[in-house]
Ligand binder design. Sequence first.
Ligand code: KPL
Length: 320
Amino acid sequence: MRFSIVGAGAIGCLFGARLMMASHEVTLVHRDPIVVRALKKNGIRLQDLDGTLTKVRVAIRKGPTRLPGTEVLIVAVKAYDTRAVAASYRGMIHPETIVVSLQNGLGNVETLRSGFRNEILAASTTEGALSLGQGYVVHTGRGVTLIGDARGASSDASSRVKMAFDRAGLKAETRSNIHGVLWTKAIVNAAINPLSSLTRLSNGAIIKNRGIRDIAHSAMNEGISVSHAMHIKLVGDPRKLWQRILSSTRANKSSMLQDIERGKMSEIRQLNGAILSYGRKTRVKTPVNGILTKLVLGLEESSKTTKSKVLSGFPVRTNR
Ligand code: KPL
Protein backbone atom coordinates (compact mmCIF):
# COMPACT_ATOMS: atom_id res chain seq x y z
CA MET A 1 0.00 0.00 0.00
CA ARG A 2 1.13 3.60 -0.51
CA PHE A 3 1.11 5.55 2.72
CA SER A 4 1.85 9.19 3.40
CA ILE A 5 2.27 10.24 7.00
CA VAL A 6 1.84 13.88 7.97
CA GLY A 7 3.84 14.50 11.15
CA ALA A 8 7.28 12.96 11.70
CA GLY A 9 7.08 12.88 15.49
CA ALA A 10 7.49 9.77 17.62
CA ILE A 11 4.29 8.03 16.45
CA GLY A 12 4.69 9.12 12.80
CA CYS A 13 8.26 7.78 12.73
CA LEU A 14 7.37 4.53 14.53
CA PHE A 15 4.51 3.74 12.12
CA GLY A 16 6.49 4.99 9.11
CA ALA A 17 9.51 2.82 9.89
CA ARG A 18 7.47 -0.30 10.62
CA LEU A 19 5.31 0.06 7.48
CA MET A 20 8.41 0.63 5.38
CA MET A 21 10.10 -2.44 6.87
CA ALA A 22 7.01 -4.45 5.88
CA SER A 23 7.53 -3.34 2.23
CA HIS A 24 4.87 -0.65 2.02
CA GLU A 25 5.68 2.60 0.26
CA VAL A 26 5.93 5.43 2.78
CA THR A 27 6.37 9.17 2.41
CA LEU A 28 6.83 11.18 5.60
CA VAL A 29 5.77 14.81 5.53
CA HIS A 30 6.85 17.41 8.04
CA ARG A 31 6.60 21.19 8.08
CA ASP A 32 9.88 21.89 9.88
CA PRO A 33 12.78 22.04 7.37
CA ILE A 34 15.29 21.07 10.11
CA VAL A 35 13.42 17.81 10.75
CA VAL A 36 13.11 17.21 6.99
CA ARG A 37 16.87 17.70 6.55
CA ALA A 38 17.70 15.35 9.44
CA LEU A 39 15.42 12.64 8.07
CA LYS A 40 16.86 13.01 4.56
CA LYS A 41 20.36 12.61 5.97
CA ASN A 42 19.82 9.84 8.52
CA GLY A 43 16.48 8.21 7.68
CA ILE A 44 14.39 7.07 10.64
CA ARG A 45 16.45 5.55 13.43
CA LEU A 46 14.23 3.04 15.19
CA GLN A 47 15.32 1.52 18.47
CA ASP A 48 13.37 -1.63 19.04
CA LEU A 49 11.99 -3.05 22.28
CA ASP A 50 15.05 -5.32 22.53
CA GLY A 51 17.45 -2.40 21.99
CA THR A 52 18.28 -3.14 18.32
CA LEU A 53 18.80 0.02 16.29
CA THR A 54 17.62 -0.01 12.67
CA LYS A 55 18.07 2.77 10.14
CA VAL A 56 15.12 2.99 7.79
CA ARG A 57 15.28 5.11 4.64
CA VAL A 58 11.97 6.79 3.82
CA ALA A 59 10.92 9.42 1.34
CA ILE A 60 10.57 12.71 3.19
CA ARG A 61 8.90 15.91 1.97
CA LYS A 62 8.39 19.32 3.47
CA GLY A 63 4.67 19.94 3.90
CA PRO A 64 2.08 20.98 3.13
CA THR A 65 2.48 19.36 -0.27
CA ARG A 66 0.52 17.43 -2.88
CA LEU A 67 0.83 13.68 -2.38
CA PRO A 68 -0.28 12.02 -5.62
CA GLY A 69 -0.79 8.26 -5.55
CA THR A 70 -1.32 8.15 -1.79
CA GLU A 71 -3.79 5.44 -0.84
CA VAL A 72 -3.73 6.13 2.88
CA LEU A 73 -2.87 9.48 4.43
CA ILE A 74 -2.09 9.12 8.13
CA VAL A 75 -2.41 12.31 10.14
CA ALA A 76 0.00 11.94 13.05
CA VAL A 77 0.43 15.56 14.07
CA LYS A 78 -0.29 16.82 17.57
CA ALA A 79 -3.98 17.53 18.16
CA TYR A 80 -3.33 21.29 18.36
CA ASP A 81 -2.03 21.19 14.76
CA THR A 82 -5.03 19.34 13.28
CA ARG A 83 -6.76 22.58 12.30
CA ALA A 84 -3.67 23.75 10.41
CA VAL A 85 -3.45 20.40 8.56
CA ALA A 86 -7.14 20.52 7.61
CA ALA A 87 -6.76 24.08 6.30
CA SER A 88 -3.48 23.61 4.45
CA TYR A 89 -4.42 20.33 2.71
CA ARG A 90 -7.89 21.49 1.63
CA GLY A 91 -8.39 20.44 -2.00
CA MET A 92 -4.86 18.98 -2.25
CA ILE A 93 -5.61 15.32 -1.57
CA HIS A 94 -7.16 12.98 -4.13
CA PRO A 95 -10.78 12.16 -3.16
CA GLU A 96 -10.04 8.40 -3.21
CA THR A 97 -7.32 8.71 -0.56
CA ILE A 98 -8.34 7.34 2.84
CA VAL A 99 -7.49 9.74 5.66
CA VAL A 100 -6.64 8.24 9.05
CA SER A 101 -6.37 10.35 12.20
CA LEU A 102 -3.77 8.63 14.40
CA GLN A 103 -3.82 11.14 17.21
CA ASN A 104 -4.55 11.66 20.86
CA GLY A 105 -7.38 13.81 22.13
CA LEU A 106 -10.94 14.72 21.23
CA GLY A 107 -12.23 16.64 18.21
CA ASN A 108 -9.58 15.65 15.62
CA VAL A 109 -11.96 13.87 13.25
CA GLU A 110 -14.47 16.72 13.39
CA THR A 111 -11.68 19.19 12.58
CA LEU A 112 -10.32 17.05 9.71
CA ARG A 113 -13.81 16.97 8.19
CA SER A 114 -13.54 20.72 7.63
CA GLY A 115 -10.62 20.19 5.24
CA PHE A 116 -11.06 16.74 3.67
CA ARG A 117 -13.99 15.38 1.69
CA ASN A 118 -12.37 11.94 1.88
CA GLU A 119 -13.38 8.89 3.86
CA ILE A 120 -12.01 9.55 7.35
CA LEU A 121 -10.98 6.80 9.73
CA ALA A 122 -9.96 7.33 13.32
CA ALA A 123 -7.30 5.26 15.01
CA SER A 124 -6.27 5.15 18.62
CA THR A 125 -3.01 3.54 19.61
CA THR A 126 -1.45 2.40 22.86
CA GLU A 127 1.96 1.78 21.24
CA GLY A 128 4.61 3.51 23.36
CA ALA A 129 6.97 5.73 21.37
CA LEU A 130 9.68 7.98 22.72
CA SER A 131 11.40 10.55 20.54
CA LEU A 132 15.14 10.98 21.15
CA GLY A 133 15.51 13.67 18.51
CA GLN A 134 14.63 14.36 14.88
CA GLY A 135 13.73 11.00 13.31
CA TYR A 136 15.12 9.00 16.23
CA VAL A 137 12.39 6.96 17.91
CA VAL A 138 12.41 4.32 20.62
CA HIS A 139 9.60 1.77 20.62
CA THR A 140 9.07 1.64 24.38
CA GLY A 141 6.05 -0.58 24.64
CA ARG A 142 3.92 -2.80 22.49
CA GLY A 143 0.27 -1.80 22.31
CA VAL A 144 -2.73 -2.17 20.07
CA THR A 145 -4.17 0.20 17.48
CA LEU A 146 -7.95 0.33 17.15
CA ILE A 147 -9.32 1.63 13.84
CA GLY A 148 -12.80 2.50 12.69
CA ASP A 149 -14.82 4.62 10.33
CA ALA A 150 -15.53 7.95 12.00
CA ARG A 151 -19.21 7.82 10.94
CA GLY A 152 -19.59 4.44 12.59
CA ALA A 153 -20.17 2.68 9.24
CA SER A 154 -18.58 -0.70 8.69
CA SER A 155 -15.76 -0.04 6.30
CA ASP A 156 -13.56 -2.02 3.99
CA ALA A 157 -10.92 0.70 4.35
CA SER A 158 -10.60 0.04 8.11
CA SER A 159 -9.96 -3.66 7.43
CA ARG A 160 -7.31 -2.90 4.80
CA VAL A 161 -5.47 -0.47 7.05
CA LYS A 162 -5.74 -2.89 9.97
CA MET A 163 -4.17 -5.63 7.83
CA ALA A 164 -1.30 -3.38 6.77
CA PHE A 165 -0.59 -2.40 10.39
CA ASP A 166 -0.79 -6.02 11.53
CA ARG A 167 1.66 -7.15 8.87
CA ALA A 168 4.01 -4.39 9.95
CA GLY A 169 4.04 -5.84 13.47
CA LEU A 170 1.74 -3.14 14.84
CA LYS A 171 -1.14 -5.13 16.29
CA ALA A 172 -4.42 -3.65 15.10
CA GLU A 173 -8.15 -4.30 15.39
CA THR A 174 -11.19 -2.69 13.77
CA ARG A 175 -13.98 -1.17 15.83
CA SER A 176 -17.42 0.10 14.82
CA ASN A 177 -17.75 2.30 17.92
CA ILE A 178 -14.55 4.27 17.30
CA HIS A 179 -15.91 7.37 19.10
CA GLY A 180 -16.28 5.26 22.24
CA VAL A 181 -12.67 4.12 21.75
CA LEU A 182 -11.43 7.71 21.31
CA TRP A 183 -13.29 8.90 24.41
CA THR A 184 -12.06 5.97 26.50
CA LYS A 185 -8.46 6.63 25.44
CA ALA A 186 -8.83 10.40 25.99
CA ILE A 187 -10.14 9.81 29.52
CA VAL A 188 -7.11 7.58 30.19
CA ASN A 189 -4.62 10.00 28.59
CA ALA A 190 -6.15 12.82 30.66
CA ALA A 191 -5.24 10.78 33.74
CA ILE A 192 -1.67 9.97 32.65
CA ASN A 193 -0.24 12.76 30.52
CA PRO A 194 -0.78 15.84 32.75
CA LEU A 195 0.24 13.89 35.86
CA SER A 196 3.44 12.69 34.27
CA SER A 197 4.15 16.19 32.97
CA LEU A 198 3.63 17.82 36.36
CA THR A 199 5.68 15.22 38.26
CA ARG A 200 8.15 14.34 35.45
CA LEU A 201 7.57 10.67 36.29
CA SER A 202 7.74 7.89 33.70
CA ASN A 203 4.61 5.82 33.06
CA GLY A 204 6.11 3.00 35.16
CA ALA A 205 6.71 5.29 38.15
CA ILE A 206 3.17 6.72 37.98
CA ILE A 207 1.59 3.33 38.46
CA LYS A 208 3.45 2.83 41.75
CA ASN A 209 2.46 6.15 43.30
CA ARG A 210 -0.71 5.93 45.44
CA GLY A 211 -1.33 9.67 45.67
CA ILE A 212 -1.13 10.09 41.90
CA ARG A 213 -3.39 7.12 41.38
CA ASP A 214 -6.06 8.82 43.54
CA ILE A 215 -5.89 12.00 41.47
CA ALA A 216 -5.94 9.93 38.25
CA HIS A 217 -9.05 8.08 39.42
CA SER A 218 -10.86 11.32 40.28
CA ALA A 219 -9.97 12.73 36.83
CA MET A 220 -11.20 9.54 35.14
CA ASN A 221 -14.44 9.44 37.17
CA GLU A 222 -15.23 12.96 35.97
CA GLY A 223 -14.46 11.99 32.36
CA ILE A 224 -16.70 8.94 32.66
CA SER A 225 -19.59 11.10 33.98
CA VAL A 226 -19.18 13.56 31.11
CA SER A 227 -19.12 10.74 28.54
CA HIS A 228 -22.36 9.34 30.02
CA ALA A 229 -23.98 12.76 29.80
CA MET A 230 -22.84 12.90 26.14
CA HIS A 231 -24.33 9.43 25.47
CA ILE A 232 -20.94 8.07 24.47
CA LYS A 233 -20.63 4.32 24.86
CA LEU A 234 -17.19 3.80 26.38
CA VAL A 235 -15.21 0.70 25.47
CA GLY A 236 -14.36 -1.02 28.72
CA ASP A 237 -13.51 0.61 32.03
CA PRO A 238 -10.96 3.46 31.59
CA ARG A 239 -9.58 2.73 35.09
CA LYS A 240 -8.60 -0.79 34.03
CA LEU A 241 -7.20 0.45 30.73
CA TRP A 242 -5.16 3.07 32.68
CA GLN A 243 -3.53 0.27 34.66
CA ARG A 244 -2.88 -1.83 31.54
CA ILE A 245 -1.45 1.03 29.46
CA LEU A 246 0.86 2.16 32.24
CA SER A 247 2.28 -1.30 32.76
CA SER A 248 2.75 -2.00 29.05
CA THR A 249 4.47 1.37 28.50
CA ARG A 250 6.48 1.39 31.76
CA ALA A 251 9.61 2.75 30.11
CA ASN A 252 7.76 5.54 28.33
CA LYS A 253 7.55 9.18 29.15
CA SER A 254 4.07 10.31 28.13
CA SER A 255 3.89 12.32 24.92
CA MET A 256 2.86 15.38 26.95
CA LEU A 257 5.93 15.14 29.16
CA GLN A 258 8.09 14.82 26.02
CA ASP A 259 6.47 18.02 24.68
CA ILE A 260 6.90 19.92 27.94
CA GLU A 261 10.56 18.91 28.16
CA ARG A 262 11.10 20.36 24.68
CA GLY A 263 9.34 23.61 25.58
CA LYS A 264 6.56 22.80 23.11
CA MET A 265 2.82 23.25 23.35
CA SER A 266 0.99 20.27 24.89
CA GLU A 267 -2.28 18.48 24.06
CA ILE A 268 -3.86 19.54 27.38
CA ARG A 269 -6.59 21.53 25.58
CA GLN A 270 -7.70 18.49 23.56
CA LEU A 271 -7.60 16.14 26.60
CA ASN A 272 -8.51 17.55 30.04
CA GLY A 273 -9.52 20.86 28.44
CA ALA A 274 -12.00 19.05 26.17
CA ILE A 275 -13.45 17.06 29.09
CA LEU A 276 -13.82 20.35 30.96
CA SER A 277 -15.65 22.07 28.11
CA TYR A 278 -17.94 19.09 27.36
CA GLY A 279 -18.58 19.00 31.13
CA ARG A 280 -19.69 22.64 31.02
CA LYS A 281 -22.02 21.91 28.10
CA THR A 282 -23.61 18.95 29.86
CA ARG A 283 -23.53 20.56 33.34
CA VAL A 284 -21.25 17.89 34.77
CA LYS A 285 -18.72 19.18 37.27
CA THR A 286 -15.08 18.47 36.40
CA PRO A 287 -12.95 20.25 39.02
CA VAL A 288 -9.96 17.88 38.84
CA ASN A 289 -9.73 18.14 35.05
CA GLY A 290 -10.07 21.91 35.45
CA ILE A 291 -7.15 22.11 37.87
CA LEU A 292 -4.97 19.80 35.74
CA THR A 293 -5.71 21.93 32.67
CA LYS A 294 -4.73 25.16 34.42
CA LEU A 295 -1.57 23.66 35.92
CA VAL A 296 -0.34 22.27 32.61
CA LEU A 297 -1.09 25.57 30.86
CA GLY A 298 1.13 27.20 33.49
CA LEU A 299 3.75 24.53 32.94
CA GLU A 300 3.71 25.20 29.18
CA GLU A 301 4.40 28.83 29.93
CA SER A 302 7.28 28.18 32.32
CA SER A 303 8.89 25.46 30.21
CA LYS A 304 8.86 27.74 27.16
CA THR A 305 10.80 30.33 29.18
CA THR A 306 13.17 27.72 30.61
CA LYS A 307 13.90 26.41 27.13
CA SER A 308 14.67 29.90 25.85
CA LYS A 309 17.07 30.49 28.74
CA VAL A 310 18.84 27.19 28.20
CA LEU A 311 19.22 27.94 24.51
CA SER A 312 20.72 31.39 24.69
CA GLY A 313 21.48 32.41 28.23
CA PHE A 314 18.69 35.01 28.06
CA PRO A 315 15.04 34.70 27.04
CA VAL A 316 14.46 34.56 23.28
CA ARG A 317 11.48 33.47 21.23
CA THR A 318 11.93 29.92 20.01
CA ASN A 319 9.12 29.90 17.39
CA ARG A 320 8.27 26.26 18.06
O1 KPL B 1 -0.75 7.73 24.52
C1 KPL B 1 0.19 7.80 25.28
C2 KPL B 1 0.89 9.11 25.35
O2 KPL B 1 1.97 9.20 25.91
O3 KPL B 1 0.33 10.07 24.83
C3 KPL B 1 0.53 6.63 26.16
C4 KPL B 1 -0.13 5.39 25.61
C5 KPL B 1 0.03 6.97 27.54
C6 KPL B 1 1.97 6.26 26.23
O4 KPL B 1 2.73 7.09 27.00
